[in-house]
Design a protein around this ligand. Structure first.
Ligand code: GLY
Length: 353
């Protein structure tokens, strides 16, 4: 048994990263709770792959298990699915000392966490991420929520899990494209805090799904969450590539996957930062080349005008300015407050057509 990454936030918890953890999930969870019942929340694809194995492990550890299966996809992370889950919890007589277990990617984790934060004013939940993106980003740090028709993640809460169990063996069934999306978030962590990790990942993309790289990315995320749990300062650095990326994602009608859009956003902001003299041209080129090495896109044909409109609707805009995360060197970034009237210029310098 290796050691977990410990997160010290408003609630402290371990993030275990270990091959074969799914089978040991019940025992690891039992070490931290006396709950009688556990409700597994999972999408319709994940239930077929891993639902029974997790249920057996939980039952073996003495939990009575119930299941909630939701439709897969970001558009089902909504109030309707949330309402169905809350209804099931209420009808089944779940109490405040019982437990929710998320088995899935970011959609399932966000939905489960939000239900846990609000059912009877808060119950425990466990994150068992099945995508690389969820392992290195969304399962750690306690951001939970669902989308409203008016925008992404507009209903949400900070609610930290009881523990996180990352089993890299679960990545073996993940489509290649989704693995790449996860590696975009890993490269983002590297640009934020770790040049050595950046060089290793760009040289050998197969490392993306390794225990060591997942662990290092979780440590980087942990450090930022501990510095600023409620996202008012340094945690915002995790938005590197996300402002332009969200605009690309929205303009494509969500055809471009989140990780691909973040990759384009990172390449664009690096180009713009180089043009503004914030980083060197070599740094911007190194970021572009690193993304290419991971088979990620670095450009978009979406017109700059459309990107600007989408950018202005971003919930991270505050009044007449927007905080953009910009690279200074590989391993160091800062938040730059940009007046909205200059955003078009930044997009153009980033390579928008
Ligand atoms: N996914 C960004 C954050 O957790 O702050």
């Amino acid at each position: 048994m290796n050691t977990p990454v410990e997160v010290k936030a408003s609630r402290s918890y371990p993030v275990w990263i270990e091959k074969g953890l799914l089978e040991k999930a019940g025992e690891r969870i039992r070490e931290r709770t006396g709950a009688k019942r556990a409700c597994i929340v999972m999408g319709e694809h994940v239930v077929k792959l891993y639902g029974d194995r997790l249920q057996r492990s939980l039952e073996h550890a003495g939990f009575q298990v119930l299941r909630f299966v939701h439709k897969s996809g970001e558009r089902h992370k909504n109030l309707e699915t949330y309402g169905e889950l809350m209804g099931l919890l209420a009808r089944s007589g779940m109490t405040r000392s019982d437990l929710l277990v998320s088995l899935g990617g970011g959609v399932t984790g966000d939905l489960t966490g939000f239900a846990a934060a609000t059912f009877q004013r808060g119950v425990d939940f466990v994150q068992i991420p099945t995508s690389l993106l969820a392992m290195v980003d969304s399962s750690v740090g306690g951001k939970t929520g669902v989308n409203l028709p008016e925008g992404k993640n507009l209903a949400g809460a900070f609610w930290q899990p009881l523990l996180v169990l990352c089993d890299p063996l679960l990545l073996e069934t993940l489509p290649r494209e989704e693995l790449r999306c996860g590696s975009a978030e890993e490269l983002k962590c590297a640009v934020l805090r770790d040049e050595g990790l950046f060089n290793a990942l760009s040289k050998d993309p197969a490392l993306a799904a390794s225990e060591d790289v997942i662990r290092r990315c979780v440590q980087i995320k942990r450090d930022l969450v501990e510095e600023d749990e409620f996202d008012r300062g340094s945690r915002r650095l995790l938005n590197l590539g996300h402002s332009f990326g969200h605009a690309v994602e929205a303009c494509s009608g969500y055809e471009i996957l989140h990780g691909q859009a973040v990759a384009i956003g990172m390449a664009m902001i690096a180009r713009a930062a180089a043009a503004k003299g914030i980083c060197s041209v070599e740094t911007a080129e190194k970021i572009r080349a690193g993304l290419c090495a991971l088979s990620l896109p670095t450009e978009t044909e979406i017109p700059g005008e459309a990107l600007l409109k989408a950018l202005l609707r971003d919930k991270k805009r505050s009044g007449d300015s927007m905080n953009l995360v910009v690279p200074e060197t590989i391993g160091s970034c800062r938040v730059e407050k940009v007046p909205v009237e200059e955003l078009g210029d930044w997009l153009r310098l980033g390579g928008a057509k």
